[in-house]
Design a protein around this ligand. Structure first.
Ligand SMILES: C[S@@+](CC[C@H](N)C(=O)[O-])C[C@H]1O[C@@H](n2cnc3c(N)ncnc32)[C@H](O)[C@@H]1O
Length: 211
């Protein structure tokens, strides 16, 4: 675990340090339909936490809608871009460098979301991911994610794929995620989604409630 963070951070920093991070395949020009839905279904002035916020597009959209939004990412370079994006907006947004798997936050949020991050977490660390969720949620908090999913719902072993940018991806089954989160989170909805700037990668949109 101690060597995990510097290696992962260095990998993502090298991608975000490109001259134009907007050319990265996951960078969108506006929040996706799922994120729009999360924003619209969140009670006014809620506390929301964006896990793996990247350059902060979604976090800022929540802040613009009047929520108190916090975005964390393991990549310092991503957070620099996120802060530039928000500079002068006056909206209630706060970005910081942090590892989801060793989250330095203990207050609870009304909504915690993960857009396109879970599939980068190695299964050996999923228990730490869940610990982080328990740390930042309370009874009734919502947790939502959009993640790549196994084409074949074969079982609990994720497919391991190396993406075009050298990103390790561990495609889980939705059952594996639900099993991980049980009994602390109730699966409220599950529907197909698309990921990537060309929106051509099959993914799944899952929404949970902490019980
Ligand atoms: C595909 S990008 C998605 C970024 C952002 N959610 C978006 O939709 O634009 C995955 C992000 O997860 C971040 N990430 C990967 N592992 C992480 C970890 N353990 N803790 C925090 N962030 C992490 C990466 O730095 C990267 O910004």
């Amino acid at each position: 675990m101690s060597q995990y963070r510097p290696a992962v951070a260095a990998h993502w920093n090298s991608l975000y340090d490109r001259r134009d991070p907007s050319s990265l395949p996951w960078e969108l020009s506006k929040p996706s339909a799922e994120v729009d839905r999360w924003i619209k279904s969140t009670a006014p002035a809620s506390k929301v936490l964006d896990l793996g916020c990247g350059t902060g597009l979604n976090t800022l959209a929540f802040a613009a809608a009047g929520h108190m939004a916090v975005g964390i990412d393991i990549s310092q370079s991503a957070i620099v871009h996120a802060k530039q994006r928000a500079a002068g907006s006056g909206w209630p947004v706060y970005y910081c460098v942090a590892d989801i798997l060793a989250l330095p936050i203990s207050s609870s949020f009304d909504l915690v979301y993960d857009y396109s991050v879970f599939h980068h977490i190695p299964p050996r660390n999923w228990h730490l991911y869940k610990e982080a969720l328990l740390q930042v949620t309370a009874y009734g908090s919502r947790y939502a994610l959009v993640t790549y999913l196994q084409e074949q719902q074969a079982g609990h072993e994720p497919n391991v794929i190396i993406g075009d940018y050298g990103n390790m991806m561990y495609e889980p089954s939705s059952e594996a995620i639900a099993t991980l989160l049980r009994p602390d989170f109730y699966l409220a909805s599950s529907s197909p989604a698309r990921l990537g700037s060309r929106r051509n990668h099959r993914a799944q949109h899952l929404q949970f409630v902490r019980v």
